[in-house]
Design a protein around this ligand. Structure first.
Ligand SMILES: *Cc1c(COP(=O)(O)O)cnc(C)c1O
Length: 452
């Protein structure tokens, strides 16, 4: 037995007491960034030879460092894609740390991996993937997209080997002009080219626009990326028509649903995602619209064996793992050591049940519709397009980017909201991204009232 000293116990108590205070504090401020200069003045000197002790370090974080971080799950945080983890998921995140689970292999983490797989299989069924589908929780959508595309290219290379065909001089991944920036980032890491297909007037990628681009690039194309909810507008591509084109040509279909695919959990939204069930791989980020803490991306494959071939790392010290038929999450993406980052979502889903999730997502969609109607009715404001999911993009007539920026700074300074300007086809616009069930119509109209 290892004796745990009184000092160590006091440290754990100090930290857990703070975590408890923070987790159940009802009036967490929005907070705002400080300058490097201010933070140097207020917070430097914490790393010393003998340590400053848990009490002082906790106080420094609680009183200085934490307030210099914008609260991403605040109901008035409406920029980028906000977060809104359930308290159950937040609390269980502490357990994941306390338990020192290694989530990379079945041998070391079978219980945790089993629970994560319960969630992944539930998601796969919701998205209509077949029974053999499986995957892994990755760090985020960027790494999830990269891992899926690496698998897709590996599968294309193997097929060329089998057919005795040479690989192309340059591989090409195809997506819409509205695809997320992480696709270009993945292409840069993989040293492949990106072919962009123009979207229709509805902002969606359609199969008929995709087909000629695939024909032009021929066998060089190893994957097509459909976006299930663009980050800027929440637009869902016409996935069924895209799947018709990819399946006809035997090209890998990846669906990037980091933000929007969660909306498929709402029954009446399912038709908008028709075709997802034909994806070879897909992602959805629990840290976005599935109410889990940072950071987690659920990456799913129709045929996980293809991911094992692409990603399993081989080394003498790993032989005992890689030689087995166990389900080893590390082998499905770009990682080795792995936090069991799906467990907070597992615990919260197990605790609350799936219905609560469906209604919390539906709430955001309904609220987006209501505030869009309100914007359309207010003189001086106009919608840029009708919301499809929970993102509302609009303009304040006559304002320049500088006007928007000054307004946005003031809104945060007053701690009323975090709404940064975005842009659409070169025009500066405003954007409400709604995730939190605590965001209300009144909160949003209060922000609209300041746009004078
Ligand atoms: C947010 C987002 C990503 C990137 O996910 P991260 O978790 O931020 O890495 C990729 N694609 C889409 C559509 C997104 O909205």
């Amino acid at each position: 037995m290892h004796a745990i000293s009184a000092e160590t116990r006091a440290t754990v108590d100090e930290v857990l007491d703070y975590a408890r205070r923070r987790a159940v504090y009802e009036d967490v401020p929005l907070d705002k960034p400080l300058t490097p200069r201010d933070l140097s003045r207020l917070a430097s000197g914490s790393i010393t030879a003998d340590g400053i002790g848990a009490r002082r370090a906790t106080a420094l974080f609680e009183n200085v460092l934490a307030p210099a971080c914008v609260t991403t799950d605040h109901p008035a945080y409406l920029s980028f894609i906000p977060s809104a983890p359930t308290k159950a998921a937040i609390a269980f995140d502490l357990v994941v740390s306390a338990s020192s689970v290694y989530g990379g292999s079945w041998m070391e983490g079978s219980g945790a991996v089993f629970a994560e797989n319960e969630v992944l299989h539930w998601l796969a069924a919701e998205f209509g993937l077949p029974a053999g589908a499986g995957g892994v929780f990755m760090q985020g959508g960027t790494i999830g997209n990269l891992s899926a595309l690496v698998t897709a290219r590996d599968a294309a290379r193997r097929r060329n080997r089998e057919l005795g065909r040479p690989d192309p001089a340059r591989w090409v991944v195809v997506g819409s002009a509205e695809a997320h920036s992480s696709i270009a980032s993945a292409a840069a890491v993989m040293d492949v080219d990106v072919a962009k297909v123009p979207t229709g007037d509805d902002g969606r990628l359609h199969g008929d626009a995709l087909a000629p681009v695939l024909d032009a690039h021929g066998d060089a194309v190893f994957a097509v990326v459909a976006t299930a909810g663009t980050t800027n507008f929440g637009i869902v591509d016409d996935i069924a028509s895209i799947a018709d084109v990819t399946s006809e040509r035997g090209v890998w279909l990846h669906v990037d649903g980091a933000y929007g695919l969660a909306a498929m959990l709402v029954e009446r939204m399912r038709p908008a995602f028709a075709g997802v069930e034909r994806a070879d791989s897909l992602i959805v980020d629990p840290h976005k619209w599935l109410f889990a803490p940072f950071d987690a991306c659920a990456l799913l494959y129709r045929e996980p064996d293809k991911a094992l071939l692409a990603h399993t790392q081989h080394a003498e010290y790993l032989d005992t793992l890689t030689g087995s038929a166990d389900w080893n999450p590390s082998d499905l993406g770009i990682q080795l050591t792995r936090r069991a980052r799906g467990l907070p979502l597992w615990f919260s889903l197990a605790t609350h049940g799936t219905e609560m999730y469906r209604s919390a997502i539906a709430y955001g969609i309904d609220l987006a519709r209501e505030i869009a109607d309100e914007i359309g009715a207010r003189p001086g404001l106009s919608l840029v397009r009708d919301p499809q999911l929970s993102v509302v993009v609009f303009r304040r007539d006559g304002w320049t980017l500088a006007d928007y920026a000054a307004w946005s700074d003031r809104l945060l300074e007053d701690q009323q909201g975090f709404v940064v300007p975005s842009s659409h086809r070169g025009e500066p616009v405003l954007r409400f991204a709604i995730i939190s069930p605590l965001t209300t119509f009144e909160l949003l109209t209060g922000i609209l009232d300041t746009l004078v």
